[in-house]
Design a protein. Sequence first.
Length: 194
Amino acid sequence: MKAIADAITRLLEIMMVVCMVVMFVMVFGNVMLRLFLNTGIDLSEEIPRFAFVWMTFLGAVVGMRRRAHLGVDILVQILPVLGRRICWGISQAVMLVCCGYIVYGTWLQHDIVAGNASPVAQISMLWVFGVSYVTGTAIGLICLSNLLRLLAGKVGDDELIDVHEEGMSDALAAEQAMVAQNAAPAAAHRNNQP
């Protein structure tokens, strides 16, 4: 099951890269056309915007899978392990309910959105906003899986706090190294002065 989830996550990452490339090529190409030829491509106004929507929503799924979303852990860190498990379970349940609302809300708007076409490309807007079906379902499945793992006792203590300090400590170490590197020449300069 983990291999399937990893493969889907990799596919979503590839789709995000494709969205980024489409955005870059179309916007850069349109800027060059306007700058040098005083013309442009009408689609380059819409398609990059649609690609950005898809990239953002797919990125939310990848971020959830990799536990990379922002979190506030001030209260959770002072709780005992049982309290952390309860808070983590509550947060997963709340996110699951929110995902249900996202999918349900998209379904309620399905006919309206599908009947609207984009002004330039004339594609159904469902191709743009239908990504919320994917995001709501995928994040909901991740939350449901997390809740089932929590009930089965398969969630490690390291997963109960979603804020990763190693990223913060790496950034702090890099900053301290930079300060030390810049301080060495200044100290040597001060020592050489009379």
